[in-house]
Design a protein around this ligand. Structure first.
Ligand code: SF4
Length: 366
């Protein structure tokens, strides 16, 4: 049997429920949103809720079993069915942050599994996305060759220099890759498919029980995504600034022009980590278009000291990437999805090796 003729096993579908074949497998069920509240759907609904909850809290969709242990899927059918149900739950929240978070968590989970799979199964999954990929000739020194347009489609979202086409092994329209690289590119593809699916769910009205679950998920997200990064050190630690904010901060300090999104990102980041509106206003003082009254008003507005009293959160990485504000990504960036999360993690590390400093201003002189 050739690789592309082979179907997926039920175990494959449980591990990779985003595959097209899952829909074919589940089509006899004709799952509708009203069915989710039936008593015989309880276990599936519970597992779907677990998927989304874990995505929000831990950026995964499977519980961790022990330090070395792997999650064992006991009920394949429940595992497969819980995926489209989780999609419905996430859609019911209508929250773009939860959608992105869930898609990323599913993609990361799949990635963990894909590393352990055979080359043949990797190919089958890549074919599901329409990739033109093959096992590379043994004398090529690589494991796979991938059509360069499939490579570009996915690598363009990755910022490390190794993903630039000029740094790749390219020959006759094919990019030569190892297994780790193929899995990383598949992660992008999987995330995109799930995000697309979440954004095309067309349900006019959700049953009250599902709306109630969606509200709980939104509350959980508000407590865990972005918002829970507010537990910061009492002083501002510039060494822990993410690269994008560092670039903006340095540019502002040198009186270089900042685009609107750059100003907003910098201001909202600084007020969220505890810098006073006064200090942030001061930072913009040397700008040629500086207007003290207007700048103070804008900064205080973002800090929640005016108007509705809402403090604005710094935009997450994906938004900053879209606006070209994401700059100089480093390895820490691979672990986070939000600049405030970066700051929280890195400042914790910084404090493990540095004594506390009493002032509010950044720890390095600017
Ligand atoms: S990945 Fe996020 S934190 Fe890192 S530089 Fe880009 S926007 Fe900033």
């Amino acid at each position: 049997m050739s690789i592309d003729q082979a179907g997926f096993t039920k175990n494959d579908l449980a591990k990779y429920p985003f595959l097209k074949e899952t829909a074919r497998h589940l089509s006899p069920l004709d799952l509708q949103i009203e069915d989710l509240t039936n008593s015989d759907m309880h276990q599936i609904l519970d597992r779907a809720m677990e998927r989304v909850t874990l995505a929000i809290t831990n950026l995964t969709v499977r519980p961790l079993i022990g330090t070395q242990g792997r999650y064992v899927i006991k009920d394949l059918q429940k595992e497969i069915t819980s995926f489209p149900v989780a999609i419905m739950l996430v859609s019911a929240t209508g929250n773009s942050l939860i959608k992105k978070r869930y898609a990323l968590a599913e993609a990361k989970q799949a990635t963990n599994e894909l590393f352990l799979e055979s080359k043949e199964l990797l190919l089958k999954i890549a074919f599901d996305f329409g990739w033109k990929i093959a096992i590379a000739p043994s004398d090529s020194g690589s494991e796979f060759d991938l059509n360069f347009s499939d490579f570009l489609q996915n690598a363009s979202h990755l910022h490390d220099a190794k993903w630039k086409l000029v740094n790749s092994k390219l020959f006759e329209g094919k990019v030569y890759l190892n297994k780790r690289d193929v899995v990383r590119l598949l992660q992008e593809e999987i995330k995109r498919r799930i995000e697309k699916r979440l954004n095309t769910v067309a349900i006019d009205q959700y049953p009250p029980e599902i709306s109630e679950i969606a509200e709980k998920l939104k509350t959980l997200a508000a407590e865990n995504i972005g918002q829970n990064e507010t537990d910061f050190p009492k002083i501002v630690v510039q060494e822990a600034f993410p690269p994008c904010i560092n670039a903006l901060y340095t540019a502002a300090s040198k009186n270089h022009h900042l685009p609107h999104m750059g100003r907003f990102a910098l201001t909202s980041f600084l007020v969220n980590i505890g810098m006073s509106a006064e200090s942030v206003t001061e930072l913009f003082k040397s700008f040629s278009d500086y207007n003290e009254r207007l700048t103070r008003y804008q900064v205080e507005h973002i800090a929640g000291e005016r108007g509705s009293g809402t403090k604005y959160t710094c935009p997450q990485c994906s938004i900053l990437q879209t606006h070209n504000v994401c700059k100089n990504r480093d390895t820490f960036c691979e672990r986070i999805y939000h600049p405030l999360k970066y700051y929280k993690l890195k400042s914790e590390l910084t404090f493990q090796s540095q004594p506390e400093k009493p002032e509010e201003s950044p720890t390095s002189n600017t």
